[in-house]
Design a protein around this ligand. Structure first.
Ligand SMILES: [Zn+2]
Ligand SMILES: [Zn+2]
Ligand SMILES: [Zn+2]
Ligand SMILES: [Zn+2]
Ligand SMILES: [Zn+2]
Length: 340
């Protein structure tokens, strides 16, 4: 293909080809065309316009071929067809963009200085003019985000505590957003679909396999719940697992069936306590404690039994529904993949 192009071209500068510009569909004239290494061809005007628009939008890193899903970089090629001063500007834009994307770096506020400072101190020193300026980044906030069960509200940027077991949270500014992907509920966001999908919005193979084989995997439910929760919602909830992850996972896997059975007996307490809290409306006094004590003594055994039956029934239902859901997810995923 390329050899063919070469033999045709150099005979005449204005050799007309059969190819069209992908953007404006005019027939390409060789002297006025840009041939990308990815095989996509454009006329010079469209290409220049495209790069200038990208520069206006400060969307210059990465600078990719305009064809959707083609990730070929245009930056190095730009040297051949862009005017020198534009290319120089592009180079500076890209340097600044990289600096902006780097969370450690911060631009120097001096006029006409292209330098930056980096570090986590309260004051940073510019690498070009040596001026010291105040750090606007908040390393304390970042530390909280990295090490605690907290997240940032997409609307007001305030820190919000992630409540355990919840898919969404409501910030003080009244924005409700998904704890997995950060989208707010106004985006007509489907929380359950989001929970079962990976970051590209497809049902993940883990979800599909877990659903289909749920009957065999039931004893290891605690293992899966902990890992799925950590991976999708809150890395820091079982914070001790961040170090020695494999060790804890092996332990968790081995003891999973025991934790599950223990959970059966523990759950009546949790539910009972929630009922007491509801009855006393969250207030604490002596009668509440007496009531709770009586509840434990008198109803504990029937409650445990009832709960046990309830959980078994619930599990039974889940074991019918989950494999069906797995098969449904599988079909959706295969359909999505064959479409592309
Ligand atoms: Zn064009
Ligand atoms: Zn391309
Ligand atoms: Zn400076
Ligand atoms: Zn907010
Ligand atoms: Zn989501």
């Amino acid at each position: 293909m390329e050899g063919d192009q070469n033999s045709k071209s150099y005979s005449s500068q204005y050799d007309i080809t059969e190819e069209q510009c992908i953007i404006c569909y005019t027939v390409l004239i060789r002297a006025n065309a840009v041939y990308c290494k990815c095989g996509h061809n454009f006329c010079l005007d469209c290409m220049k316009e495209y790069i200038l628009t990208k520069m206006d939008e400060f969307d210059v890193y990465p600078l990719e071929c305009p064809v959707p899903n083609c990730h070929k970089s245009l930056y190095k090629m730009g040297k051949d067809f862009l005017e020198k001063d534009i290319y120089k500007k592009l180079k500076i834009y890209r340097k600044n963009k990289l600096c902006m994307m780097d969370p450690i770096k911060q631009f120097c506020p001096q006029i006409n200085c292209n330098g930056y400072g980096e570090g986590s101190e309260k004051y940073l020193k510019c690498n070009m003019c040596d001026v010291r300026f105040k750090q606007t980044r908040d390393p304390g906030k970042e530390e909280i985000l990295n090490n605690c069960s907290a997240t940032q509200c997409p609307t007001c940027n305030n820190l919000v505590i992630k409540p355990f077991g919840c898919m969404t949270v409501r910030c003080l500014c009244d924005t409700e957003f998904c704890l997995k992907c950060g989208k707010s509920s106004t985006d007509s966001h489907k929380y359950l679909n989001c929970a079962a999908s990976n970051l590209e919005g497809m049902f993940s193979w883990w979800t599909i396999l877990f659903c289909i084989y749920s009957i065999i995997l039931v004893p290891f439910t605690p293992f899966f719940i902990v890992n799925i929760y950590r991976a999708n919602w809150d890395r820091n909830y079982f914070f001790f697992m961040n170090e020695h992850l494999i060790f804890y996972n092996i332990l968790l896997f081995i003891f999973s069936p025991m934790i599950l059975v223990f959970g059966f007996f523990y759950l009546p307490f949790v539910v009972g306590w929630m009922c007491v809290e509801a009855v006393f409306d969250g207030k604490t006094d002596k009668t509440k404690h007496i009531f709770w004590f009586l509840l434990k003594v008198i109803i504990y055994f029937p409650a445990v039994l009832l709960c046990f039956v309830g959980i078994l029934l619930g599990f039974g239902l889940l074991l019918i529904i989950l494999p069906l859901m797995g098969v449904a997810y599988l079909f959706v995923r295969i359909n999505v993949q064959t479409k592309y």
